[in-house]
Design a protein around this ligand. Sequence first.
Ligand SMILES: CC(C)(COP(=O)(O)OP(=O)(O)OC[C@H]1O[C@@H](n2cnc3c(N)ncnc32)[C@H](O)[C@@H]1OP(=O)(O)O)[C@@H](O)C(=O)NCCC(=O)NCCS
Length: 152
Amino acid sequence: MTPEASTRSASGAEAESLAEIHGAAFDRPWSAGEIAALLDSPGTLALRPAGDQKGFVMLRALAGEAEILTLAVAPEGRRRGLARSLMEAAVVQALVRQAQSLFLEVAADNGPALGLYEGLGFEIVGRRKGYYDRGAASPRIDALVMRLSLNR
Ligand SMILES: CC(C)(COP(=O)(O)OP(=O)(O)OC[C@H]1O[C@@H](n2cnc3c(N)ncnc32)[C@H](O)[C@@H]1OP(=O)(O)O)[C@@H](O)C(=O)NCCC(=O)NCCS
C-alpha cells in the first residue's frame, strides 16, 4: 500500500481525538482548541492513518516552504512504521503544494525522532541553543533544525 493511500486528512471536528493522541505522545500536550485553531490556519493540514492506529502528523505548506508542526504516535502503536508512513505522506503533500523544502525542529536528545528523520534524508541545518525547557531539575536541550530538500 502506498503511504498516500494509507493516510487521510483530518478535519477540525477530529481535534479532540488528535489532542488525545498528542497527549499520549508528549509531556506538554496541545489542547483540542489549539489543534482546531491550527487546522483552521492557512496552509495547515493533519494526516492520520486511514485505519484506527493512533498517530498523526501536522504540517504547514505556504509560499514554497513546508514545515512539520508536530508528529505523534501513541506508545502502544510505536515501532511499526507508522511515523515513517505519516512522514512520507507529509512529504507527498508538501510536494503537491509545491514546497521546495520541508523543515522541522527536533530536540537534540530525541534519538527515535532523529533516527526517523535522518533515515528519510533530512539534514541538520541549524541549532537553537537551550530551546527546550525540561523543568528546573533538567538542563535545557537544544533544538535541531532539519531540512529535506524537495527539489528533485
Ligand atoms: C518519534 C515517533 C513519532 C516514532 O514513531 P514510530 O511510529 O514508533 O516510528 P516508526 O516505527 O515509523 O520508526 C521509523 C524509524 O524511526 C526510528 N525510531 C523510531 N523509534 C525508535 C526508537 N525507540 N529507538 C530508536 N529508533 C527509533 C528508527 O530509525 C525507525 O526505523 P526502523 O524501525 O527501521 O529502525 C514516536 O516515538 C513518538 O511519537 N514519540 C514522541 C513524540 C515525538 O518525539 N515526536 C517527534 C517530535 S520532533
